[in-house]
Design a protein around this ligand. Structure first.
Ligand code: HEM
Length: 418
């Protein structure tokens, strides 16, 4: 079902609680922070006209809502389509829907708990920490490959390949398949854009089918000869006779591949841009393990890669004076919450030495990013190796963001280092 949409129009919203910003307007998605500043100053909980639902920009509110059990990512476990006025699934996106059907991100307990428990073990900190040397090696190989040039697009040459290769290898797919996985993933992610066209839907559906066929072949292979990888682990794990179906394994593998690189790529690009534009000497940013970790956290706070996640109200309820009906959508604005002046001193300045650091970039509550420990290691390694090898790194062009508001990442990051 791609992006969660408000189904029944919400009426009688007081004029002073409404806000308007077109997510497709380049002036907006190149710098959504100007809009966030206005909302923080006037109306941090507001009805966003273009989306047609209530949105929350405050750090406190977003943090609380992410953990609030009265809201969920799924609604059809508590209501029927008829009741909600939800259209029937579209046959031309059936393959895409199938990849999403068992996605952790779209499930609520108990189905969510069962699946998450099975996958979680592979992603705990002590397990992913073992990948650090591999990530260091990969980062250096990427830098070796472009160091002889005068300038490079850092997204393509550095930010994108590292997380894609790491997650592919973890699942048990060859590193050489990473570019193909990236291409499928990018076409699928287009479904989360605001106002998706029919062509985009068809294209995302085709990519989903090809992606599933590819994973299905690997599943057949692993059933015959299991290995030490996540795919084999998911196929063989058995909890009291409860096993994952092939469809569940496929959905989870695709979710991990998609979620496992997209946001990390964007955070790498956004973070390098923030560091370079801050004018801070990079040597000071990576002077110790603690400072490197703090720099990564500030990059995540200052320019988050994912700006809005949504939840359904699971029942009729009053949320701080706002009347919500079962099935109404709320927008949790992670990128705005991270810049809340009520939570952070000088919220709009990039300050890796701040003492009030925190962010909601990985979410919170039961859907808290399963890949956060891995992403943190990837980012720590990517930034510190990049600035260690190329200390004179500078922007060669004004970077521009992609036209996908939710996925706030650069389309290109041209840099030079001489
Ligand atoms: C900087 C990088 C990343 C960011 C900012 C990020 C952000 C997020 C956020 C905000 C959520 C929660 C969405 C919600 O509450 O609705 C989430 C969930 C998730 N992320 Fe990440 N993510 C990153 C990297 C990764 C990586 C590397 C992986 C996998 C290897 C991953 C896998 C997942 C999965 C599977 C979920 C769903 C968890 C659930 O629903 O229980 N993410 N991520």
């Amino acid at each position: 079902m791609a992006a969660i949409l408000q189904l029944k129009p919400i009426e009688n919203v007081p004029e002073n609680r409404r806000a308007s910003a077109d997510p497709r307007d380049p002036a907006f998605f190149q710098n959504p922070y100007a809009f966030y500043d206005r909302q923080h100053a006037s109306n941090p909980t507001f009805f966003w006209d273009q989306y047609g639902h209530w949105c929350f920009a405050g750090f406190k509110e977003v943090s609380a809502l992410l953990r609030d059990k009265r809201f969920g990512r799924e609604i059809l476990h508590v209501a029927t389509r008829e009741e909600l006025g939800m259209p029937e699934p579209k046959p031309h996106v059936a393959s895409f829907d199938l990849t999403e059907k068992h996605s952790l991100l779209n499930l609520e307990p108990p189905a969510h708990t069962r699946l998450r428990t099975l996958v979680n073990r592979a992603f705990v900190s002590r397990h992913v920490e073992q990948l650090r040397p591999r990530i260091v090696k990969l980062a250096n190989e990427m830098i070796d490959a472009f160091e002889g040039e005068d300038s490079v697009d850092l997204i393509k040459a550095f930010a994108a390949p590292i997380p894609a290769i790491i997650i592919a290898e973890m699942i048990g797919l060859p590193a050489e398949s990473a570019p193909q996985l990236l291409a499928w993933s990018n076409r699928m992610v287009a479904m989360y854009m605001f106002g998706v066209s029919h062509e985009t839907e068809l294209d995302a559906n085709e990519a989903s089918q090809d992606f599933m066929d590819f994973i299905a072949d690997s599943i057949v292979d692993r059933r015959k000869s299991p290995r030490e990888d996540l795919l084999s682990h998911m196929l063989t794990s058995d909890r009291g006779g409860d096993k994952l179906s092939d469809e569940e394994v496929m959905s989870t593998a695709i979710l991990l591949l998609n979620a496992g690189h997209e946001a990390t790529v964007h955070t790498t690009g956004n973070g390098v841009k923030s560091i370079l534009q801050s004018g801070i000497d990079p040597v000071t940013l990576f002077s110790s393990e603690e400072q490197t970790a703090a720099t990564v956290e500030e990059c995540l706070r200052f320019d988050a890669p994912l700006h809005m996640f949504t939840r359904y109200a699971l029942s009729d309820l009053d949320y701080e004076g706002i009347q919500l009906r079962k099935g109404d959508v709320v927008g949790l604005m992670l990128g705005a919450a991270n810049r809340d002046p009520a939570r952070f001193a000088n919220a709009n300045s990039f300050d890796p030495f701040r003492t009030d650091g925190a962010n909601v970039s990985f979410g919170a509550g039961i859907h808290f990013c399963i890949g956060a420990p891995l992403a943190r290691i990837e980012l720590q390694v990517a930034f510190s190796e990049l600035f260690r090898r190329l200390p004179k790194l500078k922007l060669a062009e004004e970077p521009r963001y992609n036209d996908v508001y939710h996925f706030h990442g650069l389309e290109k990051l041209m840099v030079s280092w001489r």
